[in-house]
Design a protein around this ligand. Sequence first.
Ligand code: ADP
Length: 496
Amino acid sequence: MDRLRLDKNFSDLFETTTDLIHYLHLDGRIELVNPAWLNTLGYTFLEVHGKSIYDIIHPDFLQSYKECRQRVMANNSNESIETAFLTKNGQIIFGDGQIAYSFVDDKRKYTRCIFKNITESRGIEKKLIENENRLKTFFKRAPDAIIIIDETQSIIEWNPKAEQIFGYSAAEVMGNHLADTIIPHQYREAHKKGFTHFLKTGEGPVLNKTIEITGLHKTGTEFFISLSISNVRLEEKWVFIAFISDISERKRTEEELINKKAELLQSKVIQEKKDEFLSIASHELKTPLTTIKAFTQLALSAANKDDAENVKKYLSKADYHIARLNTLMVELLDITRIQTGKLILSMEATNFSTFLPSALNMVEVISATHEIILESNQAARVLIDVIRIEQVLTNLITNADKYSPGKKTIVVSSVADADNLIVSVKDFGIGIPSDKLDKLFTRFYRVDEHDRRFTGLGIGLFIASEIIKQHGGKISVTSKVGEGSIFSFSLPLIKQ
Ligand code: ADP
């Protein structure tokens, strides 16, 4: 199609005037612009030919410009308008002029616009708009989320980074109450109080500081944010500007570091404990061995004298210490089994009220000094590894015996609640300080390593707790220094 041609008279004017002239197709595409237009806006003709004028009108003026063109086209009229253009490098040029409907021939119709460049006279406005544009760009591209709320806590600004961090689009949250949107439930009350307090007194301890706290994402998950809030007085009212960045990644790294440090410390402590354990273990193994050796020698010399009574006496003493040694060896093996996940239970449905007295009979042999009283014996069916539960009972009763020197009784009871059987072993001995209770079931832990009265390896309770855990039960302790301790464990009941 032919290019638009202007008639000769107008063509001179078109080329020489300082006014900005453009001809547009009805859809807004640029057909023709004059040299003043190109010079002022900094484009070449090829750059703008066929491009929409709406990309060159400043966004703030676009609506009025479009409407004016529509009216001109609808009414075949001629209208005055003030508008603003954007130059190629983003400068603003104010224009005051006219839009007219121009018929060139029957087929081709254009709107023709002639503008005077009035930018000089609009200097302040130009600055304001440019500043506002700069602010808008900053707001859009800011690396932090920027959220602005008014005195009623309604959200009035929400930038793209806020959209990204919190998952809500600006349209979704505009006008919403801030606390209901991004403040986790546990902080809402405090936030409300702080806000009301500020409006009353002007004091706001969190204002103009950076704090680390959690925020609420649209999906309901909480994440760590760093938050700074500034308050600004605008038109007699307060607005609050929050700058927020997502620091969950940094927090995660920090946490990992702390965990790593704790792990290292833990493994160092365990290593130290292991070394100490080895020296105690060899001592613990050696003591019964020496005793066994002494008793067998005594038994031998009694045999030489045909003193059958003493042979029996010394052999049964040696037998007691062999049993002790055996328990120790089993415990040491169990530690390895637990560590390698090879503590395998062989479960059978068991009538606990039949099992318990017979297990206690076996343990009774261990204690020469204490009487074991079975206070209550609940009829109950449980799924247990009888050998292992015997081991737990033996350990708790041996401890009750060992840590209550001079006392005479140990009380055992079994009771049931709706789901569990609870077995407890009570002594009236030295007791355990409350700050030590939570460590009691950890490997190698001994309350007072230096108390020479009691020897041990600090592994019995650890093994007992692992065995109970594997039965789906729990082990616990209550204790009072100087009064005694109660160790209890639960076992899930077999329901009918
Ligand atoms: P140990 O071989 O040292 O007795 P345990 O694992 O059986 O090892 O017990 C760990 C520690 O718990 C003991 O060293 C002791 O300090 C404390 N303890 C266990 N049972 C009792 C109890 N009945 N009364 C007081 N302290 C106890």
